[in-house]
Design a protein around this ligand. Structure first.
Ligand code: FAD
Length: 409
């Protein structure tokens, strides 16, 4: 077997490379090799509409099944790449098959980080990454009486919201002193903590989990102070471990992700990496090397690779954006707030429609918008432009954000 383009990983990034290559009239052979059994599907609904039972699986497929056949994209599903030989331009699957490639695109995302503590792998302890995980979580939650969510990031909070809506008792444990600490400012964290508590989710901050209790199934979560929080289902949402082992073993530079340049090329010849597993210097993080875990990043890096392959090379320079749905709250984020030295509240959180704008040395670097789509659309523009503005100007809700932009030109 040989393919001109072999894409490892049939998630958001991998699928988009194939889509974009065909859109760009690439005529060579393309295959996607992925370890999940399904055709590419959207991952965000796994902790939102799909988990809540509001959307069927068919509605979250990235393309109808026949699309791949019609576009002559070979799907090699249920196979995991175990080894890469960059000299022979060949991969080996866990079943021992070898497949040759002209160019390899590594788009493997990551697996849920689990807790390295006693009982951390007991039945009833569930990470969330795949459809299979979401199905298992849904099935287990139906009979569960008390559910503990470990981790107050997006996935943990979204799962807690769905479960709460389904009438389940949920305790959410977060090690830091606020939820969303890795991705947002204090105002937003406090707002979401309050919302969840008002809905009945018990949020406990600054707690350290020491062990998961149970014999052949989880019965509780033991905290550092000895308290045991009863649980018959534990959902773990504490980030991912990027799936880069075979590439690193083959000699690619990296560690926490595989290192790529502006064209998403790894240090190995003819091998690209994109999406959650790609460590790249991001223009919106002042060039710091980071991994972004978002659909935007996976899609935009996929487009950079596909265009590069057809000879239309352009460096990756896309504004990061993200969203999260919890209860009736739609959060939309543009830019990266890490390293901000000022956060400006625009609107009143009590109204449940407001934004937080982040500045660094007077320059707008990011915006979080809660039920405020107009601010989000215009906020993206001011982040992209690197607008210089005062807190007073940004907080003035009578004044559309884009007006500040035209005034600064
Ligand atoms: P993935 O989509 O994870 O695809 C990687 C694929 O590669 C997987 O199928 C994996 O099984 C496979 N694979 C791994 N190793 C191998 C191997 N060796 N051989 C073969 N196949 C392999 N992002 C947002 O922007 N907004 C959201 O609201 C949002 N919500 C999310 C909710 C959940 C529950 C999760 C899990 C993620 C969410 N994300 C969200 C993140 C987003 O889904 C990811 O950023 C995106 O899927 C990354 O795409 P990717 O192609 O890099 O990886």
């Amino acid at each position: 077997m040989f393919y001109d383009i072999l894409i490892v990983g049939g998630g958001h990034g991998g699928a988009q490379v194939a889509v974009m290559l065909r859109t760009q009239k690439f005529a060579g052979s393309i295959a996607i090799i992925g370890d999940e059994p399904e055709f590419p599907y959207e991952r965000p609904p796994l902790s939102k509409e799909y988990f809540a039972g509001e959307k069927e699986f068919e509605r979250i497929q990235l393309r109808p099944a026949k699309y791949w056949d019609e576009r002559e994209v070979t799907m090699l599903l249920g196979k995991r790449v175990a080894r890469v030989d960059p000299v022979a331009h060949m991969v080996t699957t866990d079943g021992g098959e070898t497949i040759g490639y002209g160019k390899l695109v590594w788009a493997t995302g990551g697996s849920p980080r689990m807790l390295p503590i006693p009982g951390g792998d007991l039945p009833g302890v569930q990470g969330v990454r795949t459809r299979a995980d979401a199905d298992a979580m849904k099935a287990a939650s139906e009979s569960a009486r008390q559910i503990v969510v470990i981790g107050g990031g997006y996935i943990g909070l979204e799962a807690a919201a769905v479960l709460n809506k389904a009438g389940k008792k949920v305790v959410l444990l977060e090690a830091l002193d606020r939820v969303l600490a890795r991705v947002a400012g204090v105002d937003l964290s406090r707002f979401y903590e309050k919302e969840h508590r008002e809905h009945g989710v018990e949020i406990r901050l600054g707690v350290r989990v020491e062990a998961i209790e149970g014999v052949d199934h989880v019965t509780g979560v033991r905290l550092a102070d000895g308290e045991v929080v009863p649980a018959d289902l534990v959902i773990v949402g504490i980030g991912i471990v990027p799936a880069v082992e075979p590439l690193i073993a083959a000699g690619a530079e990296g560690g926490n992700g595989v290192l790529v340049d502006k064209l998403c090329k790894t240090s190995l010849p003819d091998i690209y990496a994109i999406g959650d597993c790609a460590a790249h210097a991001n223009d919106y993080a002042e060039g710091a090397v980071i991994r972004l875990e978002s659909v935007q990043n996976a899609n935009d890096q996929a487009n950079v690779v596909a265009k590069g392959i057809v000879g239309d090379e352009a460096p990756y320079h896309a504004i990061p954006w993200f969203w999260s749905n919890q209860y009736d709250l739609k959060l939309q984020t543009a830019g990266l707030s890490t390293g901000h030295d000022e956060a400006v509240l625009r609107g009143d959180p009590v109204s449940r429609s407001f934004s937080v704008i982040y500045l660094k040395a007077g320059t707008v670097i990011a915006i979080d918008c809660v039920n405020a789509t107009k601010d989000y659309v215009q906020g993206r523009m001011i982040v992209t432009a690197g607008l210089q503005a005062t807190a007073e100007q940004l907080a003035d809700i009578e004044r559309p954000l884009k007006e500040l932009l035209s005034n600064s030109l």
